[in-house]
Design a binder for this molecule. Structure first.
Ligand SMILES: NC(=O)c1ccc[n+]([C@@H]2O[C@H](COP(=O)([O-])OP(=O)(O)OC[C@H]3O[C@@H](n4cnc5c(N)ncnc54)[C@H](OP(=O)(O)O)[C@@H]3O)[C@@H](O)[C@H]2O)c1
Length: 298
């Protein structure tokens, strides 16, 4: 597994399935196995299963906090609070509550879940920098920020944003070109790397319906004729390489870009983790990937 070490330390486990689709014991086993592979980061949020995801993660990191890179998110744009999500008082309160649930003194990365058009950027930056000084967070980032949002916040001299967490995968990859035009030192973290489970060999069977499909309204509209054409193309491409599947190819595709700080994958069982990471990844050159992108751009 050593040859995959560089790949695996960029993989981040997605925490929204913890509690929702995987319970405490299974999550602990998933995370122990992940550590064996060299995967040591987890992404969560205060809103995931109303804080239960963070509580489960506390059991994972209890005896080995220093082995894990824990990223959490606050300031979700729920119906109750559309604006003013990230005023300093809320940031401090939400972080303190997350730290209690995670049973830790600090998070490695604190991310602002959604853009807040009301709170002045200076106030947010001052507050986040202060949290670093206090040792409650080691770094901070944002999530779901578009280019304009990023430009607004990064123009401030003291801004130390490390990452922007965005939806990005083989089929929906606008974030990549947007990022290139930004020319800033912010890195990306991808979510929906497997397009919530649809980027999978399972969907070569048109009658297949995954756990996520059955449980989420949003996924249904994506399963259209165009989608099936695209996964056939990806599948044919993957057959040229040893141990390659649509899932593994989708992960490898994002890992090829050095500006991805982490690539998040949502996993709800040990079996899913093994299928993705128990085998060595073949090397696919950038030229071949660019050809695949072209074939998928319809
Ligand atoms: N910042 C944000 O606003 C935001 C939004 C969404 C997500 N996220 C983060 O990203 C994480 C992942 O989210 P996502 O659901 O979009 O993730 P995803 O990685 O695109 O999809 C996860 C789904 O992939 C399927 N899967 C996993 N391993 C598989 C395998 N070996 N073979 C076949 N299918 C497999 C599973 O589907 P089945 O369960 O159906 O089997 C799983 O639920 C979340 O946990 C969260 O941390 C952030």
């Amino acid at each position: 597994m050593k040859k995959n070490k560089n790949i695996f330390n960029k993989i981040m486990l997605g925490g929204n399935l913890f509690s929702y689709a995987a319970q405490n014991k299974e999550v602990i086993k998933i995370c122990e196995l992940a550590l064996d592979y060299g995967i040591n980061s987890i992404d969560t949020a205060n809103v995931y299963s109303n804080g239960k995801s963070e509580k489960i993660i506390s059991n994972v990191i209890r005896k080995c906090r220093d082995k894990w890179f824990i990223a959490s998110k606050i300031g979700h744009k729920s119906n109750m609070q559309k604006n003013n999500l990230n005023n300093p008082k809320k940031i401090i309160k939400n972080l303190d509550e997350s730290l209690i649930r995670l049973k830790t003194d600090y998070v490695d990365l604190l991310q602002l879940h959604h853009y807040d058009p009301i709170t002045p950027a200076e106030e947010i930056i001052f507050c986040m920098n202060n949290l670093i000084k206090k040792g409650k967070i080691l770094s901070y980032g944002v999530s779901n920020y578009n280019l304009d949002n990023l430009k607004q916040i990064t123009k401030h001299k003291k801004c130390k944003i490390l990452t922007n967490q965005v939806k990005c995968n083989l089929i929906y990859n606008n974030a990549i070109s947007e990022f290139k035009s930004l020319k800033k030192k912010i890195k990306l973290i991808s979510y929906s790397t497997l397009h919530r489970g649809l980027l999978s060999n399972r969907y070569l069977d048109k009658n297949y319906r995954s756990f996520r499909y059955k449980n989420s309204k949003n996924i249904k509209k994506d399963l259209n004729v165009k989608f099936y054409k695209k996964i056939k193309i990806i599948n044919n491409f993957s057959k040229k390489y040893e141990n390659m599947t649509i899932e593994r190819l989708s992960i490898l595709y994002l890992l090829k870009f050095d500006f991805f700080f982490k690539v998040i994958v949502g996993i709800r069982s040990q079996d899913q983790l093994k299928k993705l990471f128990s085998k060595k990844f073949s090397n696919i050159n950038n030229f071949d990937f660019r050809n695949l992108e072209k074939k998928l751009s319809f």
